[in-house]
Design a protein around this ligand. Structure first.
Ligand code: FAD
Length: 465
């Protein structure tokens, strides 16, 4: 290949990558680099793209250099942290990825009960560091999820009924905006601070976040109770009734979950779809035992793992239930109510696609204490979160499974109060507007016009300027 031929077949910007590599402290992975394929892999194997390069940033200067280079070269950007966005927006075909995974430090200020967390950290690091001080964040229910991505999309968290959503517990953000400015954004910067609490990655790269922590007991009651799929309706009604009366210290998820025929799966669950209720209680022991006991005796059990465990272990009860590397399609939404008709209408739909799981969380408690408009996510009318999550191996099955999942999601329309942007594929502008409501969407747009008028940060649930 001659020099000219090579230049003609190169992606735009490729010739200048050497200049970026020189400016970065961390490595710049190109399509030829060892580790490129591992670095571009996401939780959702259905979302595969070949970026031009991946800038593995080690500090704020690396982020600024990558951002400046992408803007000058006209190469589209994306931001990657924990890689759990099922929409796959963290990588773009032919784009430059700002990969924050190496920026994963966690520093605890025990007196202030705060954690300063790097933009690429995952929840497991925060839980571990905070637990050493008897503290815990309002954080992820699967602890390998990225802290920032989870939080800026609202963050339905284990401790939300006690302390609010993850976004309700942000003290400040360190933000690199499209023009390369580094800003510490807190309550003194009310519009941008508000927008970052629900508006996702629309406003820049968050290189660090300060979170409010809360005292947690050393030992908690936690675990999972499994029931037969035939008891799905009865246990979902029972879950609803118990959780309507439960104290804020009790958190629980009801799920219908297909388990693979895999020797690593416990015998009674292997190759079966079962109901599981994952639960924990972070308040007084006797009170917890009473409420959890009710959730553990809704029908004859298949398996029960609930017991006293250290907080840092109990909070990881859902880790591994959704493994990475499968094809994924999710429909997540909030429900105004979960009446008997909702339960009865929807469960048969789940049986149509054996690959589809379904999960229900009672929201409420401290989530409802935060006034509407205080953050960039709608409040009220959000009694339950309901997630349909389909996972499969063979891409040839995608069409059938996606349409079955959509049909099940559509059947919830009479009860739905809006999609959850953290738990869905990429939303169109109209869908995002509907999910957030016009008022919040318009306000986010006004902030976007000020901070990122050129829509440099477009690889997200995008608010167009
Ligand atoms: C198994 C699993 C369990 C989950 N459980 C929950 C749950 O219980 N509650 C809940 O609310 N959500 C949950 N989620 C959804 C999850 O919170 C979102 O998908 C979140 O965006 C993932 O962030 P990430 O950093 O891991 O992913 P990535 O794919 O790396 O990032 C997703 C997007 O977030 C933005 N982003 C991430 N980090 C930054 C940053 N530092 N600066 C700027 N933008 C950034 C970017 O736009 C990026 O494209 C779950 C997802 C999975 C796969």
């Amino acid at each position: 290949m001659t020099q000219t031929d090579h230049a003609e077949t190169e992606a735009p910007g490729a010739r200048k990558l050497g200049a970026l590599a020189e400016r970065l402290r961390g490595p710049l992975l190109t399509t030829e680099s060892p580790g490129y394929d591992e670095a571009r892999a996401l939780f959702n194997a259905r979302k595969s793209a070949r970026p031009l390069a991946i800038a593995c940033c080690e500090n704020v200067d690396d982020v600024r250099a990558a951002l400046a280079w992408a803007r000058a070269s006209g190469v589209p950007l994306s931001v990657r942290a924990g890689g759990h966005g099922v929409h796959g927006l963290a990588i773009r075909e032919g784009g430059l990825v700002i990969d924050l995974r190496a920026m994963d430090g966690v520093a605890i200020a025990a007196d202030a009960r705060q954690a300063r967390v790097g933009g690429g950290a995952r929840w497991n690091a925060v839980y571990e560091a905070a637990a050493a001080h008897g503290l815990g964040p309002t954080g992820g229910t699967e602890t390998s999820v990225g802290v920032v991505g989870f939080t800026i999309g609202s963050g339905n968290a284990w401790l939300m009924r006690r302390h609010g959503l993850a976004c309700d517990n942000v003290v400040s953000f360190e933000l690199v905006t499209a023009d390369g400015t580094v800003r510490e954004v807190d309550a003194d910067d009310p519009d941008l601070f508000w927008a970052l609490k629900g508006g996702g990655g629309n406003f820049g790269v968050i290189t660090a976040i300060t979170l409010q922590l809360h005292p947690v007991p050393d030992q908690i009651s936690a675990g999972m109770t499994f029931y037969a799929a035939e008891d799905a309706e009865r246990t979902l009604r029972g879950y609803r009734d118990v959780m309507e009366e439960a104290p804020r210290d009790t958190a629980a998820m009801w799920a219908l979950a297909p388990f693979p025929d895999d020797p690593q799966v416990p015998g009674p669950l292997r190759g079966r779809t079962v109901v599981l209720i994952a639960m924990l209680h972070v308040g007084p022991r006797e009170e917890g035992e009473r409420h959890l006991e009710r959730l553990r005796t809704l029908a004859p059990t298949v398996l029960d793992t609930v017991g006293e465990v250290p907080f840092a272990q109990g909070i990881r009860v859902l880790d591994g239930v959704a493994p990475p590397g499968l094809q994924q399609y999710w429909r997540g939404m909030y429900l105004r109510s979960l009446d008997d008709e909702a339960v009865a209408t929807t469960l048969p739909l789940v049986a149509v696609a054996p690959e589809m799981g379904m999960q229900v969380w009672r929201m409420g408690g401290a989530v409802d204490d935060v006034p509407a408009g205080a953050t960039a996510i709608p409040r009220g009318e959000r009694r339950y979160f309901m997630g349909l999550a389909s996972a499969w191996v063979d891409p040839a099955e995608s069409e059938r499974i996606i349409s079955a999942t959509d049909a099940a999601g559509d059947a919830f329309a009479p009860w739905s109060s809006g999609a959850c942007p953290n738990h869905v594929d990429r939303l169109t502008g109209e869908e995002l507007r509907a999910a957030l409501g016009e008022e919040i969407h318009d306000r986010l747009r006004a902030v976007k016009r000020q901070v990122d008028p050129g829509n440099v940060f477009a690889a997200n649930q995008n608010i167009e300027p």
